[in-house]
Design a protein around this ligand. Sequence first.
Ligand code: SAH
Length: 352
Amino acid sequence: MINKTDIRAIGLAELEKIFTEKAMPAYRARQVYEWLWKKSAGNFNEMTNLSLDLRDWLNQNFVINQIQVVDKQISNDGTIKSGFKLHDGHLIEGVLIPADDRMTACVSSQVGCSLTCRFCATGKLDRIRNLNPDEIYDQVVHIASWAKLHYNKPLTNIVFMGMGEPLLNYANVLKAIDRITKPDGLGMSNERITVSTAGIAKMIKKLGDDGVKFNLALSLHAANDVKRNQIMPINESNNLKAVEEALVYFYRKTRSRITFEYIAFKDFNESLNDAKELLALCKKVPSKVNIIEYNPTGDGLFEKANENLIDKFAAFLVKNGVQATVRRSRGKDIDAACGQLANKKHQEALVV
Ligand code: SAH
């Protein structure tokens, strides 16, 4: 059996070249490309404006590795989560978070994760592999279809806050965003996309150099190195000074303010002193702060901070001129909230 090429791993220019080398007009390649991306075709037989011969040839030489929805769940609060099965059998997860003013897709960028953040369910898995651009794109297409089906609304926002570290899958994440934003893809706005990182300084600078137009969020969770080392091992090689410098660089290049994500943990990072340290960082990096509730991952290592303390923490920041918002979690009853994506069902199935 010949090894067929994943056709969506090929860019338009290369596809045109393949076609012209086979003495087929380049516009045919563009038609195929449009079917693949704009129309999300799942197989070549759907491409009805192509001749049967051409469709046969495509079938013989290429595959479309579409992801499959497995086990879609709907939370009491309307959040929808699904596993997605990849062509090689691996599973990832994606989430639709509906709100009055927006429909947000939360997508994964890797199978598993290598960063082992102590509070995160995905962090307990190994990193298996990076997702391809089309596997990221397909998540968005599926989640957008749920927004339409269940809420009759279009998708408005995309956050790379599912499984994996997007900046360790840099090229594919950027290719996926290109397809999501280009008119010959989904045509969504860059401003509605947020990439969240645990803080890979070198890649944050690269985002600046590449002049990206989407938003950047940094998972901070502690504004001093001793505490951050305890919960995020990545901080040992990318400490706060390095991350701060990279963020300032990113801001200078893009003029886009950073969002600091800050999970409030009980008896760990929610004191007034912690707030002062965070304030000092916010004074140096043009930013705003999202304070996130901790979502339990079943290991009992952490607890969420007292709501009263969280509100005081946020009020202190606001009083000192920082834009800070407290975000309540969504989808906890189906393990769809931040940090809970770990294919629980799949893992249970493997253990049995
Ligand atoms: N690797 C990227 C994106 C995935 S995590 C990053 O670290 O940003 C997306 C967000 O969920 C991050 O801010 C992460 O710190 C947060 N998160 C992880 N585990 C969580 C938990 N148990 N409760 C609340 N938020 C969590």
